[in-house]
Design a protein around this ligand. Structure first.
Ligand code: GTP
Ligand code: MG
Length: 270
């Protein structure tokens, strides 16, 4: 569930990049980082092993316009894809508002994709979240390589509900921003409804008036136009600044993630 701070008028939407090991999740975040100006994003936080593989997660906070007069921040997170990091993978999923499933398109990896996707379903269920009920976008990555799983096969196996999917080559940036935009299209209306419809419940009269208004014209998603999930794309590549934080144990992960979300939206724990 998105984190809202009424005092600071800000909302943090948590998007998790999930997928098997080495499918290109971290590469997505690095590309997004490189294309945003410093004012539109925070530092990239990466926890990698010395082989550059994600140990716990990568995190990138970015600004993305407004919902009503609330500033919207997306927190982009990756999970570690390697099989033995199941506990961390599950922790990172806690409170996710949307999932971008980064699949590896290479034919030998078909089972790895399916197993990982099944793991996603199970891990979400442990938080009582149904995979069918959460905003989900598929990214079929590494389309620049040869010997690829056809898109149709991917869709038959992973995406029978015909959700948005993007063919990508994250290493070249192709499809990366598109995947994020597809996610924003799905997740922003859901978050908006959850946060503001619930809040309006006690004010019956106001609600009725709102409903009447809605009948007349379709609901507007009020997002600042120039930043509307365009994420202020920059031409020149930004120098990479990566923050590394230390953990005592993977048990601290959930607390740390929550703390980072609050700090970014202007609330510090008192
Ligand atoms: N050819 C090709 N290589 C890619 C693409 N995307 C990522 N890679 C490469 O795949 C390797 C793994 O990429 P990462 O982004 O680290 O993968 P990951 O999903 O974060 O991996 P884990 O954190 O270990 O789960 C790196 O060598 C990338 O350069 C792509 O679109 N095409
Ligand atoms: Mg990674």
């Amino acid at each position: 569930m998105a984190f809202i701070n009424h005092a600071a008028k800000s909302i943090a939407i948590k998007i998790v990049y999930y997928g098997p090991g080495l499918s290109g999740k971290t590469t997505n975040l690095r590309y997004i980082y490189s294309k945003l100006d410093a004012g539109s994003r925070g530092d990239l936080i990466c926890l990698e092993t010395n082989t550059e593989r994600t140990l716990f997660f990568d995190l990138l906070p970015i600004k993305a316009g407004l919902i009503r007069d609330y500033k919207v921040h997306f927190q982009l997170l990756t999970v570690p894809g390697q099989v033995f990091y199941e506990a961390s993978r599950k922790s990172v999923l806690k409170g996710a508002d949307g999932i971008i499933f980064v699949a590896d398109s290479q034919i030998p990896l078909i089972d790895a994709n399916l197993e990982n996707f099944d793991g996603l379903r199970k891990n979400l269920l442990e938080y009582n979240v149904d995979l069918n009920a959460i905003p989900l976008v598929f990214q079929y990555n590494k389309r620049d390589l040869e010997n690829l799983i056809p898109v149709e096969t991917f869709n038959n196996l992973l995406n029978p509900r015909k959700l948005p999917y993007v063919e990508a080559s994250a290493i070249n940036g192709a499809g990366v921003l598109e995947s994020l935009k597809e996610m924003a299209k799905l997740v922003v209306p859901v978050v908006r409804e959850k946060l503001f419809e619930e809040e309006r419940e006690p004010v019956e009269m106001e609600e009725k008036i709102e409903k009447e208004k809605k009948k007349e014209k379709p609901p507007e998603i009020k997002i600042e136009k120039k930043k509307e999930v365009e994420f202020a794309e920059e031409k020149k590549t930004q120098p990479m600044r990566v923050t590394k934080i230390k953990f005592k144990s993977s048990k601290d992960l959930e607390d740390e993630l929550e703390k980072l979300a609050k700090e970014f939206t202007g609330t510090k724990k008192s």
